[in-house]
Design a protein around this ligand. Structure first.
Ligand code: PEP
Ligand code: MG
Length: 889
């Protein structure tokens, strides 16, 4: 018999925090909290294994589940002294989802389950509050109706509005027991009409309906989208938590709230959260009423903090905060309810936080002694650093304030206003920067939030859906900007007498919670403080060097600022994308003979020399790997008549001849074509010119600075030993010529890219001629998998969705296939030359999972785009820590 059900609370805790995979994060943490003595209403968790079994078995439960559920339910009944379905003392339960990692708002929840026409009366009498009982019943029908029975939630709203209108009241809270009773009658009638069946009265049937709906919600579209965006495998499944209800809506000594043990936006060590008196959990998240602060110190005029309203429960909550942080040694996101003055803990989990907060919390917790420095380095998600490297509003830039809201997720963003998630997605796909403006967001909006540069809502607090999701995604967000009126129909927003239409530009400052008309100037972030501290701790621990792929001075400077320890790939053909230069490049490619080519190369030489001088200066003694031309021809051939005519004029030939030559050169498979060293072999003068520019540039910098750069010259697309032999000889010959002419030498090395399977297979032969290897995993992925770099994006997402490939192999190295080829080349290369220097310069060099592989196989460095350098520094440290290769121990 399999164990599908684990109890928690009331001294019967079968789970622990480290059982997240089986119990989901919520279930595991409820059990853990109960076991450390925090007040948790008793309940039980149905495991994620059951979810997997349910889907594997055509959505049917194993036979032994029902008995385990009823045993666990009996234990809950006994613990709280109530009976499920009992007319006088009914036990009510919540049924909530809970996957291994939290997926806020993505899956379904049903509260107040167990109410029916009879138990509602019992609840009214037992609580002495008929209004509360009927309000709970209508909440239950509403949730169960929409979640389990699929009734559109607007249908429920209409009925409440009707009763409010009749009663002549504005707020839900003003309705009395009789009026809620009327709402319930209206609901039941509407549900029965809509579904063709009466609303289920049997609590057992309700329970199994809700359990089925929660498991079913694992496959709903928004959960699928969320999983795709967060790389969550479908096989994980969700758990279901069934728990005795406690009520935050029983009167003024009741409340519900959510809080973070530290500020999730900035990371500041301040208790941070919101509560609503006389309410249930969904009221806080839905953002319908404005929540109040917890601490008196944070209350603004007119607000009543929990510290003032419920001082006893607040003191208990502070104690729970201390206990949880000490126990979990991480910032926690807590949900609680206060029932008649008594605090209950409903959830704790590691809190989602901005990258800035994540850094600050890790550094401060290390400084407080809660964790050590290595743990701090492990804690920060390298990919999240990206957020910190993005622009913020320039404090000196002029601006016109439109409105203020809450600073829900930091960072600045400008873009055109759009009012729907679909439009955000479609306009962003066309390259536009968009700001998604919604009254409030719901999980249906996540694709648009992801596509948007920033998010603005007019309703909801710091823990509203928009705020939580935006922080998780690293999107700047201003939430609850109540001064803005949004008119979806008219596609406008207005505030303070000013109107902004869809398509007009606004700017948001997610750190200040401000919204501005038009675009506002941005600045690059400062890489100091906590960022610098964590980077220092990471640098001390990593073994891999981190270089950047850069060819322009701007990129090279950026790379240095971000801590790059040299250039690992300078794609020299990219130095000619500039419109002023591309013509010379085209003349070289389209020249009819060596003479024409040499003439064009003469024009390229000074540009190249200057470029290299600039890079050597910026890199001041650090290694600079210069890759000789590797121009896939389709990227450089003239497009259209005007460009052809320009090249013809420059070459002094007629247009028809140039057109013919371009047609001759066009290739069916340019990426497998006459590129890389094949060009250097067939037209030796090309690499000769580049080698000359490199050596002359290096000598010039050596003379001006007294410090000679050490160029590393790299030959691309080598597949045969002889190719490297020929091209290396060209480079060495030019070096000798230049050194002789100048009467001075510089050190240099010549290496090769390993980016074709053949090169990897004969890496031992190639190593004999190479001073270093650099893995070009873009081409290697293309050629090992037989996938076109340029076209595979059309179907790869589907492959990932179907689980045929775990990830896009152009983003995260396919360790099983391409990785095996890399590993073999490393071994063969070093079998000939132990200690042969090796690195990677494909896009994978900036991807944390691929960096872990590079560490494992013992490469010496990774090279990635400048903005990814900090990501790579941290990922390399984590990889070293993961393999027990911490350099500080
Ligand atoms: C590679 O193939 O991985 C590489 C770095 O070269 P390129 O992307 O320029 O082909
Ligand atoms: Mg390549």
């Amino acid at each position: 018999m399999s164990k599908w059900v684990y109890s928690f609370g009331a001294g019967h805790d079968e789970g622990r925090a480290d059982m997240r995979d089986l119990l989901g994060s919520k279930g595991a943490n409820l059990a853990e909290m109960a076991s450390i003595g925090l007040p948790v209403p008793p309940g039980f968790t149905i495991t994620t294994d059951l979810c997997a079994a349910y889907y594997a078995n055509s959505r049917k439960y194993p036979e032994d589940l029902a008995g385990q559920v009823s045993d666990a339910l009996a234990r809950v009944e006994q613990a709280v002294g109530l009976r499920f379905g009992d007319k006088r003392t009914p036990l009510l339960v919540s049924v909530r989802s809970g996957a291994r990692v939290s997926m806020p708002g993505m899956m379904d929840t049903v509260l107040n389950l167990g109410l029916n026409d009879a138990t509602v009366e019992g609840l009214g009498e037992a609580s002495g509050d008929a209004r509360f009982a009927w309000d709970s019943y209508r909440r239950f029908i509403q949730m169960y109706g929409s979640v389990v029975l699929g009734v559109d939630h607007h249908r429920f709203e209409e009925i409440i509005e009707h009763v409010k209108l009749d009663a002549d009241v504005l707020e839900d809270t003003a309705l009395d027991a009789m009026q809620w009773h009327r709402v319930v009658d209206g609901y039941k009638e509407m549900v029965s009409q809509t579904t063709g069946k009466p609303f289920p009265q049997d609590p057992e049937e309700q329970l199994w309906g809700a359990i089925g709906a929660v498991f079913g919600s694992w496959m709903n579209p928004r959960a699928k989208t969320y999983r795709r965006l967060h790389d969550i495998p479908v096989t994980w499944g969700t758990a279901v938590n069934v728990q005795a209800m406690v009520f935050g809506n029983m009167g003024s000594d009741c409340a519900t709230g959510v809080c973070f043990t530290r500020d999730p936006s900035t990371g500041e060590n301040l208790f941070y959260g919101e509560f609503l008196a006389n309410a249930q959990g969904e009221d806080v998240v839905a953002g319908i009423r404005t929540p109040q602060p917890l601490a008196k110190a944070r209350a603004k005029p007119g607000e009543v903090a929990m510290e003032q309203a419920l001082p006893g429960a607040y003191a208990d909550l502070l104690a729970a905060r201390e206990k949880l942080e000490r126990h979990y040694r991480d910032m926690q996101d807590i949900e609680f309810t206060v029932q008649q003055g008594k605090l209950f803990m409903l959830q704790t989990r590691d809190g989602k936080r901005t990258a800035a907060a994540s850094l600050r919390i890790a550094v401060e917790m290390a400084n407080e002694g809660l964790i050590d420095q290595a743990e701090a380095v492990r804690r920060v998600n390298p990919s999240a650093l990206d957020q910190l490297l993005h622009p913020m509003l320039d404090p000196k830039a002029p601006r016109t304030l439109l409105a203020k809201g809450l600073p829900a997720s930091p960072g600045g963003a400008s873009g055109v206003v759009v009012f729907s998630a679909d439009e955000a997605e479609s306009r962003a796909a066309k390259g536009e920067s968009v700001i998604l403006v919604r009254i409030e967001t719901s999980p249906e909006d996540i694709h648009g939030m992801h596509a948007a540069k920033g998010i603005l809502t007019t309703r909801g607090g710091m823990t509203s859906h928009a705020a939580v999701v935006a922080r998780g995604m690293g999107r700047p967000c201003v939430a609850g900007a109540g001064g803005i009126a949004v008119d979806y129909g008219g596609q406008t927003l207005s505030a303070g007498g000013r109107m902004v239409r869809s398509g007009e530009v606004i700017t948001i400052d997610g750190a200040a919670g401000e919204v501005f008309v038009g675009a506002v100037g941005m600045i690059e972030p400062a890489l100091t403080g906590d960022f610098a501290t964590l980077m220092e701790w990471a640098d001390a621990r990593r073994r891999l060097s981190i270089r950047a792929n850069a060819e322009t001075p701007l990129d090279a400077e950026m790379a240095r600022k971000f801590g790059a320890e040299g250039i690992g790939l300078c794609r020299t053909e990219h130095m000619f994308f500039d419109p002023q230069r591309i013509s010379a490049m085209r003349q070289m490619i389209l020249a009819h003979d060596e003479h024409g080519r040499r003439a064009a190369l003469e024009r390229l030489l000074p540009f190249q020399r200057q470029d290299f001088i600039a890079l050597f200066r910026i890199m001041a003694g650090l290694p600079v790997t210069i890759r000789l031309f590797d121009p896939p021809l389709h990227e450089f051939l003239p497009q259209g008549e005007a460009e052809l005519a320009e090249v013809a004029a420059a070459l002094g030939t007629d247009l028809a001849a140039v057109r013919r030559r371009a047609a001759d050169l066009a290739e069916a498979n340019p990426m497998l074509g006459h590129r890389g060293c094949r060009l250097g072999v067939v037209f030796p003068e090309i690499y000769e010119m580049q080698a000359r520019a490199i050596f002359e540039g290096a000598l010039a910098v050596a003379e001006e600075s007294g410090k000679a750069p050490v160029p590393e010259i790299m030959i691309p697309l080598v597949g045969m030993r002889r190719e490297l032999e020929i091209t290396r000889a060209q480079v060495d010959r030019v070096a000798a010529e230049v050194f002789q002419a100048r009467g001075r030498t510089v050190e240099y090395t010549v290496g090769t890219m390993i980016e074709l399977p053949r090169a990897a297979i004969i890496a031992d032969q190639i190593a004999e001629l190479a001073d270093f290897f650099s893995f070009g995993t873009n081409d290697l992925t293309q050629t090992v998998l037989g996938l076109s770099r340029d076209d595979a994006g059309r179907f790869l997402p589907r492959y990932v969705e179907l689980g045929i490939l775990p990830k896009d192999p152009f983003v995260t190295l396919d360790v099983e296939g391409v990785g095996a080829v890399v590993r073999q080349a490393v071994e063969r290369g070093r079998s000939v030359k132990p200690g042969l220097k090796m690195g990677i310069c494909g896009e994978h060099g900036g991807d944390p999972a691929s960096i872990a592989f590079c560490e494992e196989v013992g490469l010496d460095y990774v090279s990635c785009s400048p903005y990814r350098v900090p990501v790579a520094r941290l990922a390399a440290a984590q990889a070293a820590l993961g393999l027990g290769r911490d350099r500080t121990v």
